[in-house]
Design a protein around this ligand. Structure first.
Ligand code: R5P
Length: 298
């Protein structure tokens, strides 16, 4: 029997795309709120003995999405699903991966513990912040596949622009991995990173020491655009060094608050993100990259 694909409230559009790319059956889950705010889940498809792909991003309302996801996965198991593959295009809480200040919760460890309790065979996620997690499979208790959306973003930029006199920039040290992949995808461009200091959740200082961008176009690539502060400060710093046109690509365009309008005012040549979360700039689909993993695990 063909696998069944189910989407949560933040994943139904990707579930449809994945099912159509693979020719899998598309099922449905009913999600409602009780008057007191509790979540009601009902799996409407027959999952007994079947391989099930469940898709849900843990955004926009991360806490709601976490409960919906865990309740659904546990129900799938309870109803006799044979194999459960959880596709979590955006894994929330990943940036709180350490006790940065005394007394803080290490949120991603707690979320991983909750995933362990519902027992998933595979977790497929996209460009998760794994800076301080060396063995996600053990942490989440599932075969863990952290794929990248940067290749798909690179293909998009390559198709639409001629970026020969360009350099790829990651806005902080951690973004070097994405800058490297983007530079490769754009035909072997040079890449470099900026120095970022985060002062608060909303405020960052970005410096571009030793970065050569004078007279060049710049492709900035990052995993997340949240408030947009990192990109705004990065563009300012690079413009002051004589950079020409800017092409900004981010895997997870959360675009919180007025981030979108702040970025639109920068006069960028391109601002593009993937559909791990839906936003006005989610023009690149990660479905083909997800399907590559499904081909191996189903
Ligand atoms: C942080 O390490 C991430 O890679 C992003 O750079 C960050 O989340 C962007 O946040 P914001 O858009 O609020 O500056």
């Amino acid at each position: 029997m063909k696998p069944l694909v189910l989407g949560g409230r933040n994943g139904d559009y990707l579930a449809v795309e994945i099912a159509s790319l693979k020719g899998f059956e598309l099922g449905s889950v009913e999600v409602k709120k009780f008057p007191d705010g509790e979540t009601y889940i009902r799996v409407l498809s027959d999952v007994q003995g079947r391989d099930v792909v469940y898709v849900n991003s843990l955004q926009r309302e991360p806490n709601e999405a976490v409960i919906e996801t865990l309740f659904t996965i546990d129900t799938l198991r309870d109803l006799g699903a044979r194999k459960v593959v959880a596709v979590i295009p955006y894994m929330s809480y990943a940036r709180q991966d350490s006790r940065f200040n005394p007394g803080e919760a290490v949120s991603i460890h707690i979320l991983a513990k909750l995933f362990r309790t519902v027992s998933v065979d595979h977790i497929v996620t996209v460009d998760m912040h794994l800076h301080r997690i060396s063995d996600p499979s053990s942490l989440f208790g599932a075969n863990f596949h952290n794929i990248t959306g940067v290749r798909e973003l690179g293909k998009y930029l390559k198709k639409h622009y001629s970026l020969t006199n360009a350099v790829v920039i990651g806005p902080d040290e951690e973004a070097e991995q994405w800058a490297k992949v983007m530079a490769e995808e754009l035909g072997g461009l040079e890449y470099s990173v900026l120095e970022k200091t985060r002062l608060t959740a909303e405020k960052v200082v970005v410096e571009a020491r030793g970065v050569k961008v004078e007279g060049k176009d710049v492709v900035i690539v990052d995993d997340i655009i949240s408030t947009g502060g990192t990109i705004v400060e990065g563009v300012k710093a690079l413009r002051s060094l004589g950079a020409r046109d800017f092409y900004v690509a981010a895997v997870h365009p959360l675009l919180i608050g007025d981030a979108y309008s702040k970025l639109m005012r920068l006069g960028l040549k391109e601002l593009v993100g993937t559909n791990t979360v839906l936003s006005p700039i989610s023009r690149v689909s990660v479905a083909p990259a997800i399907v590559e993993v499904l081909d191996k695990v189903l």
